[in-house]
Design a protein around this ligand. Structure first.
Ligand SMILES: [Zn+2]
Length: 360
């Protein structure tokens, strides 16, 4: 089995020899990057100057110290997004507006610089190299055709690994896609589970897919084991699940050939699992809330941002040979009432806040 391609990529980004890449060296590198992020945010953003006031950033030396760094929420982003920004508006390349999950309050606005978008392009090409390579034609069904949207970024990332994107008209139906599979000799697919469900029920598409589509990247909604099995059975297609959200610049982590959790963009994000009722990071294996900090984003840094997703970290090593931890599947959304919390299962077919699907 091939080792996750993210490992050599991460090692290069962190300036570590590949044989020194391990959970301890990654954690130390991330803490140093987070200290720099906190100092940058507190210096340049009115929100963070106040939010992080009095913190001793240099004292942040171990994962347990993270509990002292205050969390941020979707509500902060919706209400204070502009004040979180560390650069002037004219240095922002793309603004994405998202409804805030579970509230009728103001929408969240995300600000991305050219640097942030370049980092996503880089991750997309690395992630897609897990399942495709030179000569592959990739049918991209995720939305986001506008410049720097998801489909557009994928279409620009694929040529870097010798592959090309096939973008159907936005009002596609299964018959039209069946024609494209044949005429464009499509060999790979990028789709959301709700789209896959529609296509699995279509005989002609399934016949054409079985002949040529050997792998698919699945994103935007959780991929359950049943859908993964159906894709293997009906299309002879290996599904690689992807985790990400608009807040992480769309990409977050991707499965390797072991299909045992998401290998993460560890050089760009510090992902923690945190007690949903507190601020303490939980040990590997324990379920809690996924909390994300950006490491190096200069425009809109996120510091211990509560995603609302419930998951656990899978301790390494992975069966692919990587010693690094992976993020396990998202078990649901966390809903806090008073001093307790419960998990809410996302509606099938509804675009999720944890996804790149809701933004086009
Ligand atoms: Zn792996």
């Amino acid at each position: 089995m091939r080792r996750s391609l993210l490992d050599p990529w991460l090692a290069a980004k962190m300036g570590l020899p590949l044989d020194r890449l391990c959970p301890e060296t990654v954690a130390a590198w991330q803490l140093a990057a987070l200290r720099r992020t906190l100092a940058h945010a507190a210096t340049h953003s009115p929100f963070y100057r106040n939010h992080l006031a009095g913190m001793d950033f240099d004292g942040l030396r171990a994962s347990a110290d993270l509990a002292a760094v205050p969390l941020t929420t979707a509500r902060d982003l919706a209400g204070q997004g502009q004040r979180m920004l560390c650069l002037s508006q004219d240095q922002v390349a793309r603004v994405v507006t998202l409804a805030t999950s579970g509230t009728s309050g103001p929408a969240k606005r995300l600000f991305f610089t050219q640097e942030d978008l370049a980092a996503t392009l880089d991750f997309f090409s690395q992630g897609m190299a897990t399942l495709c390579g030179p000569g592959d034609a990739v049918l991209v069904l995720l939305p986001g055709r506008r410049p720097d949207g998801v489909a557009d970024l994928l279409a620009r990332a694929l040529p870097r690994i010798g592959a090309r994107a096939v973008l159907p008209p936005e009002n596609w139906d299964p018959d039209l896609l069946t024609g494209l599979l044949v005429s464009e000799n499509v060999t790979r697919l990028v789709a959301a589970p709700s789209q896959v469900r529609i296509l699995l029920g279509h005989g002609a598409f399934s016949g054409a897919a079985r002949e040529r589509v050997r792998a698919a990247l699945i994103s935007a909604e959780p991929l359950g084991p049943d859908l993964r099995r159906a894709m293997a059975r009906d299309w002879d297609c290996e599904a690689f699940d992807h985790w990400g959200m608009t807040e992480t610049g769309y990409g977050g982590g991707v499965e390797c050939a072991a299909h045992d959790g998401y290998h993460l963009r560890e050089a760009e994000f510090l992902v923690e699992i945190v007690d949903p009722l507190g601020t303490t990071p939980l040990p590997p294996g324990e379920q809690g809330e996924v909390v994300v900090s950006t490491l190096g984003r200069r425009g809109l840094p996120l510091v211990r941002y509560r995603t609302g997703d419930a998951a656990r970290m899978l301790p390494g090593p992975c069966a692919c040979g990587s010693p690094l931890r992976r993020l396990g599947p998202v078990a649901g959304r966390i809903e806090i009432t008073g001093t307790t919390y419960r998990l809410v299962q996302p509606d099938k077919g509804r675009a999720q806040p944890c996804s790149s699907f809701s933004n086009s």
